[in-house]
Write a protein that binds this ligand. Sequence first.
Ligand SMILES: Cc1cc2nc3c(=O)[nH]c(=O)nc-3n(C[C@H](O)[C@H](O)[C@H](O)COP(=O)(O)OP(=O)(O)OC[C@H]3O[C@@H](n4cnc5c(N)ncnc54)[C@H](O)[C@@H]3O)c2cc1C
Length: 467
Amino acid sequence: MKIAIIGGGITGLSALHEIEKQRAESGKQVEVNLYEKGTALGGKISTLHRDGCTIERGPDSFIIRKPEMMSLVEELGLSDQLVKNHTGQAYIASNGSFHPIPAGSVMGIPTRAAPFLRSPLLTKKGKMRAVADLWLPAKKKEDTDESLGLFFRRRFGDELVDRLLEPLLSGLYAGELNELSLESTFPQFRQMGDKHRSLMLASRSMAKKRQQSAGTAQKTGLFRTVKGGLSVIVDEMEKAASEGTIHKEKQLQEIIPGEEKGYALHFADGTKTEADEVILTTPHQTAANVLPSLSVGEEMKALPGASVATVAIAFPASSLPETVKGTGFLIPKGEGDSGILKAVTLVHHKWPQLVPDGKVLLRCFVGRPGNDAIVRDPDETIVAQTLNELRKFLDIRGEPLFTDVSRWKSAMPKYTVGHQSRVAAWESALADEYPGVHIAGTFYRGVGLPDCVRQGQDVAIHVLSRK
Ligand SMILES: Cc1cc2nc3c(=O)[nH]c(=O)nc-3n(C[C@H](O)[C@H](O)[C@H](O)COP(=O)(O)OP(=O)(O)OC[C@H]3O[C@@H](n4cnc5c(N)ncnc54)[C@H](O)[C@@H]3O)c2cc1C
């Protein structure tokens, strides 16, 4: 069997790693090759080192609650390199000042009465509407998907959703809560809504259970990276791959079915190769483009992707007053004059190991759903506007030591209502029309790094199980 993996992001690399592992265990005759269009592997994982700072241009960490990424790190022998996040307080900007996310919130859902009722983030009326969740009847189970926004607004009213849930959740999944799919983003809330009368009480009991099972992990934070940044994991995966299996600067252009079986893969540099099975981990538009006669191609291309830019800005430590505490802050839509700034991580507080003494590093997320045109502007414009907005929130003295802008155009998939059934329909069309061609990765069944690792492993196992 000859397998081609297209794309050298974490999904493609995980598929390669799994295939090589299974081949070693089973002794099966399998040839596997990975083709990446860029000069480097990692896709959205991209770590930059500058003036002693470790700067993540894409993802900065992974959650340990989903085990796939942690297991991979262990397999790669990097356990002793793991770095835990510092669990400081995160804030939400409101009416020109910062307010802590109320203690005990689970994804923004209050689970402890006192901190929530004391918080100035919501009006008295907003709080009263939110606690109506405690006695509202549970909704009868329906099989159809619905939007996160509708689901939460029904339970808690608009204020809690707009002031707490939206800023927290729309950062994880690009898009407005009113259009995001409950089933594809937070199915656990749907299950809670089906089983329990109150989402607040259900979240509280879930948090308690997690605390008990996580033990110390809860206290040390649920996120990890490795010393040197996430690109270290990519480098180790590259080293672990058999010699000659990874081919860079190979941009797939078209997949043409063979006369009798398999596929011919045509690359932009004019070369071609053959494969029995093809695993596409590229963005969905590319997957649709390389399969020109796929009946669902246009539908696949229509999956919306949001654009964001991350702007890293370093200052001398003396530029930021010591009163600025916490790991970062979120800026709800409509706060201030509703600019481009969505969230800011204080990297020197969240990941102190990544920033040398004497410096502070801010990582700013720029671009909002429906307002992401800024991402296409030149670096100077993005930096100037980011600094301008930052100065409204923080009393920054002096100029930056350096800045770094990373653009992620249409790179954050929006899992809108009905996403899961659409993906299932695409997979079934592929199985009928291009048997042996598979899709996996961030645009389909989960955006977090552990989700992508899982998808890479699952597709690898599926491919190896085929005759
Ligand atoms: C700014 C940002 C912050 C994030 N933060 C986090 C975080 O903190 N934690 C977390 O868990 N997740 C985070 N994510 C999500 C996570 O980074 C991604 O979901 C994940 O990295 C996607 O991996 P992938 O392999 O599926 O896709 P990609 O990383 O996009 O890889 C796809 C690869 O395919 C290649 N390719 C494309 N076209 C072709 C072609 N024609 N031929 C050959 N190769 C091709 C690309 O060059 C690329 O290398 C973040 C994402 C972004 C954008």
